[in-house]
Ligand binder design. Sequence first.
Ligand code: 5RP
Length: 262
Amino acid sequence: MPSDLSPIDKAKFVAAKRAARFVEPGMRVGLGTGSTAAWLVRCLGELVRDEGLRFTGVPTSTRTAQLAREEGIKVIGLDEARWLDLTIDGADEFDGDLNLIKGGGGALLQEKIVATASDRMVVIADISKQVEALGAFPLPVEVIPFGWQTTKTLVEESLVGLDVLGRSSTLRMNGEAPFITDEGNYILDLHLHRIANPRQLSLVLNQVPGVVENGLFLDICDHVIVGHGDGRVEVRNINEGIVSTERFDFLEEENLFTDLGD
Ligand code: 5RP
């Protein structure tokens, strides 16, 4: 019930609602993970039920797969789809070049594989995810459980000499036990505070034995759809900046978008 939502959930909802318009009949679409991506899946489910939209979803987590099936979306795996038209996903941070930190929900590995296997990646986010420089959000790094404490030490040592403001890391927990990803791995959260050179950092981290993947998504995202708590939603393109601004009016019909011009 959108009118009952908090401003942050309204922002996520309008971004997701706008992003759903990117999905065209017959497309193979990567479905992200997290609270914003969950809004997207619900919006797409509505289009499937109410407007007969037919497309195939490739989920990036077991959570998203379950929700998509509940919403009546046809779901297949990436091995069946092989290549996708589009992936729509949330993010923990995005900068002016549309580089991202992802993995706050622990699904970064499947998310990165699926987004990389897509012609286009569209990120949906509330305005709080926008940053000048990446790194205030702890950078998730997926590591295999074997020898994880050694991997943690090696990861921290690999940061010496890199332009970051912190070098500590913590094992992500789920209550008393380590958080386990869909691939059976652990997550180290790196408290870097500011990442001056994301490209260099990503290369260095992925050289450490035991590291499976890191949560930096560089040169992968093409569009960011930014939602605001008052119902405004901006579509930004990597080449053109802000390409459109619209407003979703929560007091009116749910489907009403007012064009505010470019
Ligand atoms: C999951 C992710 C999410 O996209 C990211 O954490 C944003 O989540 P939310 O939409 O709940 O803020 O990367 O691994």
